[in-house]
Design a protein around this ligand. Sequence first.
Ligand SMILES: Nc1ncnc2c1ncn2[C@@H]1O[C@H](COP(=O)(O)OP(=O)(O)OP(=O)(O)O)[C@@H](O)[C@H]1O
Ligand SMILES: [Mg+2]
Length: 358
Amino acid sequence: MRRIALVNQKGGCGKTTVAINLASCLAEKGKKVLLIDLDPQGHSALGLGFKPDQSEKSIYEVLLGEILIEEAIQNVRDNLDILYSDVVLSAFEQVMAGIEEREFKLAQCIKPVQNNYNYMIIDSPPSVGLLTFNGLMASSEIIIPVDPSSFSLNGLDKLLETIKIIEEKVKHRLSIKIIPNNIDLRTKFCRKMVEKLKEDFPMYCFNNFVNSCTALREAASLGKPIIDYDRQCNAFRDFQNLTREIIRTAGATVEETSENVSFFETEDLPYSSSKGVVFSLEAPADATVEIAGDFNNWIPESLSRKKLRGKSVWHKAISLKPGAYEYKYVINGNWISDPTNDNMVDDHQGGKNSLIQI
Ligand SMILES: Nc1ncnc2c1ncn2[C@@H]1O[C@H](COP(=O)(O)OP(=O)(O)OP(=O)(O)O)[C@@H](O)[C@H]1O
Ligand SMILES: [Mg+2]
């Protein structure tokens, strides 16, 4: 089971929005998902339209050891279960004061069900207190949503510092990823922020970001994930891309790698690196592999070959400014769309171009 916590001490940056939409998209793709709400505000259940009645038990009783985790898990849709939270969870920090190993309560609680799920997604409160620590200790991956504000960028450095301290003190390795959220590329501020994140944290940034999208707000207020509300909007496409990007790193959890997840190792969609956007494709060692697209006036450029886990992978880093780009690979003279990228548009010649959004 992959255990992913949405964390950021800054309020309103999109932790819950990413948690419920990522969990729903994963579930729709056939993955078994457990969504755990560690925020006493209880927004995850609200955002999914789940209204617990009084007889139902929350994460609070589970963390206190009053009931078994199985007794509190509720099903919200196909493949998606939730451990909801409510305001009583605010008492957790006080109730646990002085109790040994209180940071590891969630990690212990989830053990009996970890084989029942492919993904556990944890929504955290906007603070780095005991509840968030429990989320971090139960996870091996962190996603940090960052919204466009100077407070967010400032808080990000502090959060990364805190995570490093935890890693060193408790020897608990965490793979970190940043997802810019609520992005409107028409504004200079957003464009600069996305560029700065990619520049300052190239290892951490997802290939994707989530656009600012009114439909997301409307969907949340109606208690629906975006997949049930509007499948034409930007946010629907963004969450599909993000979900694919996360699924494609399957298996590369920190337990199995000595470094943070490298997207190249997963032979993924084009991904960002310090040298630019890296396009990579598996193809025979004796092939001629080139790439052509909007970024090079459709004049094919050669890719380099690298052996990766016994496979022959071709790659090229191209420096690209934020925007949308169409491209194709040219293998032994044959023009093909990128088989790892489902995002395609008509090439007006009876075929399809692959599309990448930077
Ligand atoms: N990409 C987006 N486009 C438009 N609205 C968004 C987007 N992401 C989040 N929102 C809206 O911003 C508000 C805050 O989002 P959300 O509740 O997910 O943040 P949060 O980090 O979980 O907040 P908290 O720290 O209070 O838990 C919500 O009203 C949500 O619908
Ligand atoms: Mg929230």
